[in-house]
Design a protein around this ligand. Structure first.
Ligand code: G
Ligand code: G
Ligand code: MN
Ligand code: NA
Length: 253
């Protein structure tokens, strides 16, 4: 009860902030993107895991407004980094299925880009596999429109849903993000390794890039390199960082 009340006021109280986790090109070792991840700084409830908070905000319908704030803030930050010449990287923003179903969604994207003057090629939207797989026809139209605006699309948590290959070939997506559960099991479980290897091979033939999530060890990196994975994200490279920390890191590169 009370937590919901706090959440209703979190936006106006400026309690939300974003942290950024680098995504690195496995061949060049360059940062090619940063995933924006929401955090809530609230003295009573700040310790609660964000996935639970997001679930609650979805239930209460708050996520559409908060999601718009995330989008604008992430674009603003990336534009700032572009202007400071800190690197040629995208910013990735996670979308709730409810945002995609919001009638005003396209306008909100347009508005965020206009307001922040970020070149759309620097914005990547992460849609979960399960979200992409519901109302397939609508999603296809929507993704096409976003692509026409110059925005990049990635499918998040890939491998956990049940995408059909024929459907994937119809979707104009840029990147598949392999769910971190497969990466975690890859070393000890031949099946997990086979799934990753198959996803990479399939994506290559469809001209889609692959990011492995949850890369934590050198062993993970070594195996992913040998499978010719394109990009990695995970604690081995960096934890999600507050923007000022990431910025000081970027200045040292
Ligand atoms: O950052 P962390 O591991 O705590 O994220 C937990 C979950 O919350 C992940 O599934 C992540 O995709 C999701 N998440 C983080 N930030 C956002 C956000 O801004 N919007 C949405 N819809 N999901 C987010
Ligand atoms: O669902 P999504 O892929 O958006 O979730 C991203 C979340 O995964 C981030 O919030 C981050 O906290 C978490 N994460 C990022 N890298 C790692 C990692 O190497 N290991 C683990 N266990 N979690 C990670
Ligand atoms: Mn994500
Ligand atoms: Na994921």
């Amino acid at each position: 009860q009370e937590i919901e009340n706090s959440l209703y006021h979190a936006l106006e109280n400026k309690e939300f902030y974003l942290v950024y986790q680098p995504i690195v090109d496995i061949r060049t070792n360059q940062i090619v993107g940063n995933e924006a991840l929401l955090r809530w700084d609230n003295k009573d409830w700040g310790h609660i895991p964000i996935y639970y908070i997001i679930e609650l905000m979805e239930k209460k319908g708050i996520i559409v407004d908060v999601g718009e704030w995330v989008l604008t803030e992430a674009c603003r930050q990336n534009k700032l980094w572009q202007d400071k010449n800190l690197g040629d990287f995208k910013v990735s923003v996670n979308l709730s299925p409810l945002q995609l179903e919001d009638m005003g969604f396209m306008d909100k994207i347009q508005k965020a880009l206009e307001l922040t003057e970020l070149d759309p090629k620097y914005l990547e939207l992460e849609i979960t596999e399960s979200s992409a797989m519901t109302n397939v026809k609508d999603k296809l139209e929507q993704i096409k429109k976003l692509k026409n605006m110059g925005i990049k699309i990635s499918i998040d948590d890939f491998g956990t849903g049940y995408s059909s290959l024929s459907y994937l070939t119809q979707l104009p997506i840029d990147t598949l993000k392999i769910d971190r559960s497969f990466v975690k099991d890859m070393v000890s479980d031949g099946n997990a390794k086979a799934i990753i290897s198959t996803i990479i091979t399939m994506a290559k033939s469809l001209n889609i890039k692959v990011t492995a999530e949850g890369v934590e060890t050198e062993k993970h990196l070594e195996m992913l390199k040998s499978m010719e994975c394109d990009k990695i994200q995970g604690y081995l490279v960096s934890r999600p960082l507050k923007p000022e920390i990431l910025e000081s890191l970027l200045k040292q590169l």
